[in-house]
Ligand binder design. Structure first.
Ligand code: NAD
Ligand code: TYD
Length: 376
């Protein structure tokens, strides 16, 4: 019997991880600890909220006493830590909130786990503290493709990427060089997690993943924001020239990697997670426009004129690209979807779940907790 706290389970990636664990491991007890900030939406977990192996606890990870008591009460054996402030643009406006949750919140969680696990006779045996981080901690890569163009790759394999880019990828050994307040706060939290292994022997694991896309992503991030804007024929604000490159992974593939690494990853190791799927922003935006248009029965490309170039994001990282060969070789993980399938599935999901989107844009989603949980 395992009892696992998943923090940030009401957010985008966390909800997919909670769903996967609750359904796949009926013998585990899964406790979703989430503060329900603007990014937390319990409607993301409607389909699992009544499962007997699932519990939701509304709490702030910075609240040490509550987390420590919860660990004692529930005999927690593992933590999968996703709760964070996650949007770069918000971090530029309000860095303090990022330092509070991402740095102090992670430290508070680590300390609660340390005190509880060290109080047990078996101490750290069969325990895990798994911290979910981002590729953004490594900083930015240059564009090294010979023509300065990033071809839209669609393969699962990595060889063509290495032919095109040489060795210009983020490896697990790449030196940290964060540029935004968001990535600086995540880098700091990663260091604390590793320090708890090195200092106290806590069985920690850190993974750094590339940009995720898929259902249930909060519509401030590029893909859901643009799908919704195209649907409503609103302008699409492209930062700078739209030439920045991101490496996109379907969120369920990230969740599968988390499951695999939680169970089979080596303690104290770092794994980079990514699907060798780099796209220039402007290229991905065109794919999204064509897909939305087609699925809405509009003429493909009809909405290209919504593209609106706006002032660039301050400190905008040029290129992210993950080398996930370690994870692929050691644990046999690989992405399950070609990018075309993933983006089609994603666009279709948002168009078919307009109620989910409307609930967010109207603010109604914030009432879900009161309606469903307050009197439980
Ligand atoms: P998200 O913003 O969608 O969700 C974050 C969740 O954390 C929300 O449910 C929110 O309510 C909760 N939360 C925030 N502050 C909290 C606090 N103080 N206490 C308790 N809960 C709190 O984020 P996401 O995109 O799902 O990202 C999840 C994790 O994965 C983050 O740690 C992020 O850094 C990392 N990550 C994200 C991506 C990506 O592309 N989205 C890529 C790599 C890594
Ligand atoms: P985003 O989804 O915010 O993820 P991240 O900043 O973590 O990579 O942005 C993805 C890329 O899209 C990034 O290069 C910034 C760009 N972008 C825009 O051009 N316009 C937008 O409105 C948003 C939200 C992002």
């Amino acid at each position: 019997m395992k009892t696992i706290i998943i923090t940030g389970g009401a957010g985008f990636i966390g909800s997919h991880v909670v769903r996967l664990f609750v359904n796949k491991y009926p013998d585990y007890r899964i406790i979703n600890v989430d503060k329900l900030t603007y990014a937390g939406n319990l409607a993301n977990l409607k389909d699992v909220e009544d499962k007997p192996n699932y519990r939701f606890v509304r709490a702030d990870i910075c609240d040490f006493d509550t987390i420590y008591q919860l660990m004692q009460q529930e005999h927690v054996t593992g933590i999968i830590h996703l709760a964070a402030e996650s949007h770069v643009d918000r971090s530029i406006k309000d860095p303090f909130t990022f330092a509070r949750t991402n740095v102090m919140g992670t430290l508070s969680l680590l300390q609660a786990a340390k005190l509880y696990w060290e109080s047990l006779p078996e101490k750290y045996d069969d325990k895990r503290f798994y911290h979910i981080s981002t590729d953004e901690v490594y900083g930015a890569l240059e564009m090294t493709h010979p023509e300065g163009i990033v071809p839209p790759f669609t393969t699962k394999a990595s060889s063509s990427h290495h032919e095109a880019y040489g060795e210009d990828f983020f490896l697990e050994t790449t030196k940290y060089n964060p540029h935004s307040p968001y990535s600086a706060s995540k880098a700091s939290s990663d260091h604390f997690v590793r320090a708890f292994h090195d200092t106290y022997g806590m069985p920690t694991i850190v993974t750094n993943c590339s940009n995720n896309y898929g259902p249930y992503q909060f519509p401030e991030k590029l893909i859901p924001l643009f799908i919704n804007n195209i649907r409503h024929r609103k302008p699409l604000p492209v930062y700078g020239k739209g030439e920045n490159v991101r490496d996109w992974l379907f969120v369920e593939d990230h969740a599968r990697a988390i499951d695999l690494i939680y169970h089979r990853g080596t303690v104290a190791e770092t794994y980079n997670i990514g699907g060798f799927n780099e796209w220039k922003n402007i290229d991905i935006i065109k794919v999204v426009i064509n897909t939305v248009d087609r699925l809405l029965g509009r003429e493909e490309g009809e909405d290209m004129d919504l593209i609106t170039y706006v002032t660039d994001r301050a400190g905008h990282d040029m290129r992210y690209a993950i080398d996930s060969r370690k994870l692929q070789a050691e644990l046999g993980w690989e992405p399950s979807l070609q990018f075309e399938e993933g983006i089609e599935k994603t666009v279709r999901w948002y168009l078919e779940h307009q109620d989910w989107m409307d609930n967010i844009t109207s603010g109604d989603y914030e009432k879900y907790y009161d309606d469903m949980y307050k009197n439980r």
